[in-house]
Write a protein that binds this ligand. Sequence first.
Ligand code: PFF
Length: 449
Amino acid sequence: MSAPRGQFTTRFGFIMAAAGSAVGLGNIWGFPTQTASNGGAAFVVVYLVLAFLLAYPALMAELVIGRHARANIVTALSSLSDKPIINSIGRATGFYGVIVASLILSFYTIVAGWMICYLFASATDLVSADTATQWLTTDSIDRNLFSSFIFAALTLFIISSGVQNGIEKWSSRLMPVLMGLLCLLIAYVVAQPGAMEGLKVYLLPDMSRVFEPSLIISAMGQAFFSLSLGVGTMLVYGSYLSKDDSLPRLGAIVTVVDVGIAFIAGLLILPAMYVAQHAGVTILDEAGNLIGGPDMIFQVLPALFNTMGGAGGFVALAFFALMTIAALTSSISMLEVPVSLAVERFNIRRPVAAIAIGSSIFAISALIIFNFGTLFGFVIDLTTKYSEPLLGVAICLYCGWIFKRNLLLKELKEGHEDIEDSLFWKVWPLYVKVICPLLILATFWHSLS
Ligand code: PFF
């Protein structure tokens, strides 16, 4: 006999878990950096439009399929049709999603490990443990293995505790802390000299760039990654939802929280960059562009914290705690994808599945750490640039063409009695069937040519 399926106990719990999955390094790091290198607010405008026009409908496809099938991505996608061949293709698509989720987790663990290093370093710095601080802030294989291991262990611990005691409990605790830390940091940074310059770069759009293809493609990739789409995380979280909840409403809340936190994170990161410049830190590279990527997080911002005197240590601590929490509530959703499959399909006990799969993914992280130059960028591109949008298209097509229409509409009505009066009801079914896949494919095609 297999164990009974987990379920979120409250609507708040689901929202915190799904928003926790969505809000991650992609929001607090990826979004502000992309904004800075893509014409400031022009990128924000395009991102907002695409998040609601493309990512929200795709998110809804995952939630509806998940709650209907009450199963992991593989079982769900292989049970929607009466035709064995279509179900076999669904099974293969599901397995591909599980592999992509696991690969995303393998590089995400490394990056989150860096956040842990700087979190610990902020603490060792406060007590003047200089040797430890030096080790933690110097890039080395040992250090990266150590910090990735700690992060992987945290992820594994939460997932082995199950849906209610693991995912729901920890997301509901950590997400409010994340929001609190973000607000405190913004209040502090925006009051520093130079911050207004950063706000201007962030909020004044260079409208001439709004239709630039590269900007649109970056914004789409960012929207998909940010809402954790394509790999079955939202599908499996949807499968733990009760039938009393309205899916379109919950999906909209999660999208608004995700987009909102990305936007708010921009209010922290870009002003912080210009405060750093005001304090004498170099924030532009040789080509005159704002420094992005790891250098921004691990050089420019720490240099800024150093100029802040006594408060700097605490600001650093708060900032890296924020990053670590954001990463953890996302990584648990990635690990849940393969673990839910192992528990439901292969009848493996959850803690055993979590340990076995978590350790295997950590082994992949270690492989990437040892071959960083060749594998790190490759795995990121393979998963986020190519696989996520294509899997997103596949899930929309399954939802629109394979999922029986009467069952789909019935699922949407659960928990939302008056849905037939809504715009969502009139537009979404056709939208997810035709328009959404075409738009995603068109954007994707453009990014390849
Ligand atoms: N949404 C996360 C972020 O913005 O950092 C990343 C992510 C989580 C991607 C879960 C994919 C996933 F399945």
